[in-house]
Design a binder for this molecule. Structure first.
Ligand code: UD1
Length: 373
């Protein structure tokens, strides 16, 4: 890396755009700050693309995770995939032209990840992909397109699992470009376990006294069609007999929920929860039903039974080693898995290799090394 800003150490851009990015970037910010304080010649610029912009989807996470105010906000907002991705590209391109970073660090698989990776690479800025190498093989998911395309143009890869390492090897990536560092989302989880707090509806909903299941659904395939969403929620209802169901409703899901009027009484519909409240809910749940990838990692580390409403996962270790099972959209599988989880008959699971709370530190060390070249 050869680009320096006048009078500054070389700095890397850290890109964050959508909710799951914030948990993944926070430990990297913290570790880079520590490295710089200890004299390492490295700085960072935190770039928020504005893909998520609400207090509930963005602001609360910055506050709770101690993330500094973004140095730059591209303020792209919502839109179709092409409109959102294109808008991020155009705005990030202008930023790089004005002040080029030494490297662009992208995390995860959202539109912001792909948009900034392509833009940086074309501007001759090296790209590092945190959480590179994940593959679900499910091309109906926009995230799979984002992952494969981002990996195809990344220079460096920070990986969470041996599966990811294998996937990269198979696609021809030179192993010297791959750093197996662990999982920064788990860094954030472990760093915040002592700070968790119940949401304000906790006592009123009697969650301190009754068993409950947490549901999160936001994948377009599951939530955009109200009929399909309703069928999934009914299967969860039948499988959850004897328990309450807490359902923080993602803004995308809220649109389909408007035409589902008569949900069973066991459902508590709540707003998207801030991080500390959400993890508190998950930690004390009897089971979690989700279509999120990140939640399957968190439940694996917390030892909470997790049922994934997708036919495949890009995080197979959560099934092989952890507490996750795939149910697809099969109502029978959803019902029977939930009943089994509620009866306490579930695999115990173990924590995958290097999910130990130190991934951010390892990434910062590597970035400092790369910056010295
Ligand atoms: C995005 C990511 C997905 C990630 C998810 C987490 C892509 C392709 N998808 O999906 O991988 O798991 O974030 O939430 O990048 N909205 C708000 N407030 C906000 C942001 C969005 O109300 O702050 C609403 C808008 O109406 C928007 C809808 O939510 O149209 C969906 O947001 P969008 O960013 O397009 O995708 P997600 O479904 O959130």
């Amino acid at each position: 890396m050869t680009v320096h800003t006048a009078g500054q150490p070389p700095f890397v851009d850290l890109i964050a755009g959508a909710r799951p990015n914030f948990m993944k970037i926070a430990p990297i910010v913290a570790a880079l700050r520590r490295a710089a304080a200890a004299g390492a010649p490295i700085g960072y610029r935190l770039v928020h693309t504005g893909q998520h912009y609400d207090q509930a989807m963005s602001g609360a996470f910055f506050e709770q995770l101690g993330l500094p105010h973004p140095d730059v906000n591209l303020e792209v907002g919502s839109g179709s995939h092409a409109a959102q991705t294109g808008s991020i590209m155009a705005r990030y391109e202008a930023l790089i032209a004005e002040s080029p970073p030494a490297m662009c660090v992208v995390v995860g698989d959202v539109n912001s990840t792909l948009a900034c990776a392509i833009t940086a690479r074309k501007a001759q800025v090296e790209v590092a992909h945190v959480e590179g190498g994940l593959r679900s093989g499910d091309w109906s998911m926009p995230e799979e397109v984002n992952r494969v395309a981002t990996d195809a143009i990344s220079n460096w890869f920070f990986t969470t699992s041996e599966h990811a390492n294998d996937n990269l090897r198979r696609s021809g990536v030179d192993p010297t470009r791959v750093f197996f560092v662990g999982n920064t989302m788990i860094d954030t989880l472990l760093a915040n376990l002592e700070r968790l707090r119940p949401p304000d509806f906790w006592a009123d909903a009697e969650l301190d006294r009754r068993p409950y299941v947490v549901v999160t659904l936001h994948r377009p395939h599951n939530v955009d069609d109200p009929k399909r969403l309703r069928a999934l929620l009914e299967a969860v209802d039948v499988g959850s007999r004897g328990a309450s169901v807490v359902f923080p409703v993602h803004p995308r899901t809220a649109k389909a929920m408007r035409s589902i009027a008569d949900l069973p009484a066991r459902y508590h519909l709540v707003a998207p929860q801030p991080y500390l409240e959400f993890i508190h809910l998950v930690r004390h749940a009897r089971a979690v039903v989700t279509d999120s990838g990140g939640v399957t990692e968190e439940t694996t580390v917390l030892g909470v039974p997790c049922i994934t409403l997708r036919p495949s996962t890009e995080r197979p270790e959560t099934v092989e080693i952890g507490t996750n099972e795939l149910a697809g959209a099969d109502p029978n599988a959803i019902r029977s898995l939930l009943q089994r989880a509620l009866s306490g008959n579930w695999k115990r699971g173990r924590v995958p290799e290097l999910w130990d709370g130190r991934a951010g530190e390892r990434i910062a060390e590597s970035l400092v090394e790369l910056a010295r070249r």
